[in-house]
Design a protein around this ligand. Structure first.
Ligand code: ATP
Length: 230
């Protein structure tokens, strides 16, 4: 294991001729949690797509556990331990909760293991995923990705569109994941307070450029808000 689990080095990338990310460098420490914040349209999802391999770089590099994966397709990166939970609580709505999980593994012990992290899903195993609440679907989406046993987990706005009464549950699960130590987490999040509590360091992206970065925690809230106010 290297010191950094995920590293973007001088990445420029975008769609067609319009570049969204400009010379972006970002590091997620091994076993650590890193928050990525910034306004809507700043390029956060674009950065995640580059990290996962869904969008090619125009220039720069992506390293996973020290290995250059810039040219590797998403499935090859997943095999090397990358897990990605995109925005929008994606799951297969016509399938039950259990069937969604069984798409990754049919080993009951593994499913049981992940249900320990998401006890709320235990009572919902027979329910069609399309009938779950947004918060439950988000838990299912994270649980399904965890079943792939990632070493590097990427979460895109996991609390977006979740009812306020379950946001705290999701926040707790994510905070626990970032503290596990055997998992590195990159968290894109609009809620600055939660993002900084759940992680140990942060990056702020504005107009496709890193405008601030540092050690997280409650002390960083002001610095991040200042950086985002510009
Ligand atoms: N598929 C696409 N084709 C062309 N332009 C795109 C595409 N996806 C995103 N963009 C543009 O790239 C820019 C950055 O978008 P991106 O979704 O990465 O931002 P974001 O910081 O994740 O925002 P949000 O918080 O709203 O998800 C925006 O100007 C957006 O319009």
């Amino acid at each position: 294991m290297t010191e950094s689990m995920l590293e973007l080095v001088g990445v420029t990338a975008g769609y067609g001729r319009s570049m969204v990310l400009h010379d972006v460098s970002l590091t997620v420490a091994s076993g650590g949690g890193t928050a990525l914040m910034g306004h809507n349209g700043a390029g956060k999802t674009t950065l995640l797509r580059v990290a996962v391999g869904l969008l090619p770089v125009r220039s720069g590099k992506v390293l996973l556990d020290g290995e250059d994966v810039t040219k590797l397709r998403p499935n090859a990166r997943v095999r090397r331990g990358l897990g990605y939970v995109p925005q929008g609580q994606l799951c297969f709505p016509q399938m039950t909760t259990l069937e969604n999980l069984q798409l990754v593994t049919r080993t009951r012990a593994e499913i049981d293991g992940v249900l320990d992290t998401f006890p709320a899903l235990r009572t919902l195993l027979a329910r069609r995923a399309g009938l779950l609440s947004g918060g439950q679907r988000q838990q299912l989406a994270i649980a399904r990705t965890l079943l792939t046993k990632p070493r590097m987990l990427i979460l895109d706005e996991p609390t977006e569109g979740i009812q306020p009464n379950v946001v705290e549950d999701i926040e707790q699960v994510i905070t626990d994941l970032t503290r596990r130590g055997d998992l590195s987490v990159l968290l894109v999040e609009q809620h600055v307070g939660f993002a900084l509590r759940a992680t140990s360091d942060y990056f702020v992206l504005e107009s496709g450029r890193v405008t601030a970065s540092g050690v997280g925690g409650a002390g960083a809230v002001e610095a991040v808000r200042d950086a985002m106010a510009v």
